[in-house]
Design a protein around this ligand. Structure first.
Ligand SMILES: Nc1ncnc2c1ncn2[C@@H]1O[C@H](COP(=O)(O)OP(=O)(O)OP(=O)(O)O)[C@@H](O)[C@H]1O
Ligand SMILES: [Mg+2]
Length: 348
């Protein structure tokens, strides 16, 4: 699967000389668990460039959703707290960046949806079960466009038609539970796209869906993406990453462990964790019964993360210092970023 898909990436790599649309800088997010503050995201930084699809991957609990939710200040408070960092958003390439984390609430409302929109894994968490789908999409239109109700209804039906809901006009009066899972996900996408966001953050948008619907939804997101609009795609599905993403951020233990183009990362993973993730994928031409490599051990809980490298308890190339000294995110000559002591000498 991945080989040919990754080859195709060369034609659509983002312009990294452009200013990033979004820069997450040293983001720290904590939760109070049984009276102790526990760090779930421990200083995460990455950029999203105009027009790119950035994948975020990593095992369950690595901090992907917390990072994404923080970018829109959607962390439940309590028990959560954004304890540090910046989320810098640029409306246009020559605009001064604004820090979403510092915005007054009314401006934050404008950025949410209008500039940065989010699609959640489980659409029922974002759709209100007691209101009709039509009303919810119409409200999204009314928040973002100065139109009357009749026009908002017309726009709602038009958006639902665009995302492939048959008989959209009639279905405006249906409630979310009257839609299938795939259709609810389409409704969420319609709501996100009504606002024509500069950045669409999609957190596992297709995990709960069958393969055909999954492909349709991903296609739909790609179609809606203009030249300057970016998508942040959080997924466990590395095949989807290989097919859809330009660059990839690999997370583990609430930290970025590796960043690179999808092509580089899939062909030459550097971090032992990335290598482990990829080795757990079935290879093209693998023989039936051939065993896949699993990363040894389990993901530690965030209350028990090691003080040194977060991956040291499961790493097959671990050294003594890894247990006590956390490596910085080394930037290598080819632009790859790797948080691993093994690459200290290669770092710029
Ligand atoms: N509301 C919360 N209260 C306490 N801890 C939380 C809360 N939300 C997230 N966490 C913790 O933060 C850590 C990161 O969670 P996050 O949801 O970001 O993981 P993830 O990488 O998105 O995982 P998955 O792949 O399963 O979606 C986890 O240890 C999780 O238990
Ligand atoms: Mg998640």
């Amino acid at each position: 699967m991945t080989e040919s898909a990754v080859e195709d990436q060369t034609t659509r790599l983002p312009d990294q000389s452009a200013s990033p649309t979004l820069s997450v800088r040293d983001l720290v997010v904590r939760f109070e668990i049984e009276k102790n503050w526990v760090t779930a995201v421990g200083g995460v930084s990455f950029d999203v460039f105009p027009g790119e699809v950035l994948g975020i991957v990593g095992e369950s609990g690595s901090g992907k959703s917390v990072t994404a939710m923080s970018a829109l200040r959607l962390i439940p408070q309590p028990p959560g707290e954004i304890a540090g960092g910046q989320v810098l958003y640029r409306e246009s390439s020559d605009a001064e960046p604004i820090d979403v984390l510092q915005l007054p609430y009314d401006e934050l409302r404008r950025v949410r949806g209008n500039e940065i929109a989010m699609i959640f894994q489980e659409p029922m968490t974002a759709l209100n079960p007691v209101f009709t789908v039509g009303m919810q999409v119409r409200e999204a239109v009314l928040v973002h466009e100065k139109v009357d109700r009749a026009e908002a209804n017309r726009r709602a039906a038009e958006m639902l038609t665009r995302v492939g809901i048959p008989d959209a006009e009639k279905r405006l009066s249906d409630y979310p539970h009257q839609f299938s899972g795939g259709m609810r996900q389409r409704v969420m996408i319609a709501m996100a796209l009504v606002c024509q966001p500069k950045i669409l953050v999609a957190d596992e948008p297709t995990t709960a869906l069958d393969v055909t619907t999954q492909a349709q939804i991903l296609e739909l997101m790609a179609e809606m993406q203009g030249r300057d609009e970016s998508i942040v795609l959080i997924t466990h599905d590395l095949a989807v990453v290989a097919e859809r993403c330009d660059r990839v951020v690999v997370m583990y233990g609430g930290k970025v462990q590796e960043v690179g183009t999808a092509r580089d990362l899939f062909h030459h993973p550097k971090h032992p964790y990335t290598k482990g993730l990829l080795a757990s994928l079935p290879a093209v031409g693998a023989k039936k019964g051939e065993r896949l490599h699993a990363i040894p051990g389990n993901v530690p809980s965030i209350t028990q993360l090691p003080v040194g490298c977060k991956f040291c308890t499961r790493c097959e190339e671990v050294m003594d210092r890894c247990h006590t000294e956390e490596p910085p995110l080394h930037v290598l000559d080819d632009g790859r970023e790797v948080r691993c002591h093994l690459f200290e000498d290669e770092a710029k």
